[in-house]
Design a protein. Structure first.
Length: 455
């Protein structure tokens, strides 16, 4: 039977389409903008790589500090959408602030604000999955989120890329005489508008089902809640071991996404940046079908094995990146990054959603975010430090192999659980235990019936 998304699932998936446009431009055109500003201000190529890696680490560290607190508060009934909206607004506004100053520190502050907005909204967005769908559908819905996010992001990004191309080509006399930096600033504004508008369906249709009753002194209690969650995590052995695995392998994934353009510019020398951006655009088109293919494969195969396959694939990508010598190599790398990127992200999110207590979804996704952003601090920071010490970016990228190897080992050690079952088997088990059809997202249907009664 063909898999069909319900209305709330479609609205949820659309937010991946909305925010992925920001992810795409931040990973491609924004580093070029930064590289141009830094070069004009006299920074060396080694310093540019080191500073950019430090910037990514700083933004990830900022998010890691504040998101868990807000995530714990959002476990209260009716809070997910409110907190999601705050971070969404923060991210969208940051897109319109790029270009207000040529100062590298001010640019860094704006990028940090934007990444906080993105990451904060995604914490609550990920936790919304349990409200809009059911366990046996998580992999498919999550995969479609990433898949459609990849291809949907190419719509505004293609406009931004065309604007950049017209302002830089031909090199001696560009068709559009606004300058490459101005083109990127305009592109960021276009991205912000897209992000906000495409998020409207989720804001309109989402309704929180799982949550706890509000309590007094929520800020203080939020810190206590975080401490309790981290303290109690080892009691939930499967989520705990999975988070350890996730911490390491997602470090490698995030670092490759965030540092690829800057790394390529340094090791390939004098090459037109637009070709690197086109390669990343190709990555989105490759990631689109493969995110869905991996998620659909989870109907017949264990999601854990599919994540392991992606980890092995990324390890091979890192090894190839060390020896990269030509633009052709970058295109080959971009293809294989796209092949594994969607699968590993989508299946990680849905696998974790299956093994956590549903009434503590935000609390546990807050921990998920701590491990994700903690990893995001280490990866770019390690590359920045290694590049500075050795004066060789290749050694920095090769160090990422360690993260994938350790992550794979921890993933193998996760205790066997129902999340390891292919979705066909899991759906049959849920149906047998509940006595109802497992093919529908029960939580939303119950909420919808309640809403109809109130009318």
């Amino acid at each position: 039977m063909k898999f069909k998304l319900t209305k709330p699932e479609r609205s949820w998936v659309l937010y991946d389409v909305a925010n992925s446009a920001f992810v795409m431009i931040v990973a491609s055109l924004l580093p070029i903008y930064y590289n141009t500003l830094a070069t004009r201000q006299g920074y060396s190529s080694t310093d540019i790589t080191a500073i950019f890696g430090t910037l990514l680490s700083a933004s990830a560290f900022s998010v890691a500090l504040i998101n868990p607190v807000l995530g714990a508060i959002a476990d209260n009934k009716g809070m997910k959408k409110k907190m999601f909206s705050v971070f969404l607004g923060l991210g969208v506004i940051s897109c319109f602030l790029i270009g207000i100053s040529n100062s590298i520190p001010i640019l860094a502050a704006i990028v940090i604000i934007g990444r906080i907005g993105l990451s904060g909204s995604i914490v609550f967005y990920d936790a919304m999955l349990i409200d809009v769908s059911s366990e046996d559908r998580y992999d498919d819905v999550s995969g479609r989120g990433f898949g459609w996010g990849y291809v949907g992001s190419t719509i505004p990004f293609s406009v931004c890329l065309a604007l950049y191309a017209l302002s830089t080509m031909p090199k001696e006399n560009p068709i559009l005489g606004i300058g490459d930096s101005t083109a990127i600033v305009i592109g960021m504004a276009i991205t912000g508008a897209w992000w906000g508008l495409v998020s409207i369906p989720l804001l309109r249709d989402y309704r929180q089902i799982h949550g706890v009753e509000p309590a007094p002194r929520q800020i203080r209690n939020a810190f206590r809640k975080i401490g309790e969650t981290l303290r109690d995590l080892p009691k939930y052995k499967a989520p705990f071991m999975f988070l350890l695995a996730f911490f390491f392998y997602i470090d490698g994934v995030g670092t490759i996404i965030g540092m690829s353009v800057v790394y390529a510019q340094q090791v390939l020398g004098d090459i037109q940046a637009i070709y690197l951006v086109i390669a990343l655009l190709m990555t989105q088109f490759v990631a689109w079908p493969f995110a869905i293919i991996f998620s659909s494969a989870a109907r017949k195969y264990s999601p854990r094995y599919l994540i392991l396959i992606s980890i092995v694939g990324y390890s091979l990508v890192v090894g190839y990146a060390y020896f990269m010598k030509a633009l052709t190599d970058f295109f080959i790398l971009a293809f294989f990054v796209g092949l594994f990127q969607g699968g590993i992200q989508a299946l990680s999110r849905s696998y974790f959603a299956k093994i956590i207590p549903k009434h503590k979804s935000n609390e546990f996704f807050g921990a998920y975010d701590i491990f994700s952003k903690g990893a995001a601090v280490i990866g770019p920071g390690a590359i920045a430090l290694m590049t500075k010490i050795t004066n060789n970016p290749r050694l920095g990228i090769l160090a990422l192999l360690i993260f994938f190897i350790i992550g794979g080992i921890f993933l193998i050690l996760v205790p066997k659980n129902d999340a390891d079952l292919p979705n066909k088997e899991l759906g049959g088990k849920i149906e047998a235990e509940s006595g109802e059809s497992a093919s529908q997202p029960k939580g939303f249907l119950i909420a919808y019936k309640d809403k109809r009664k109130k009318r």
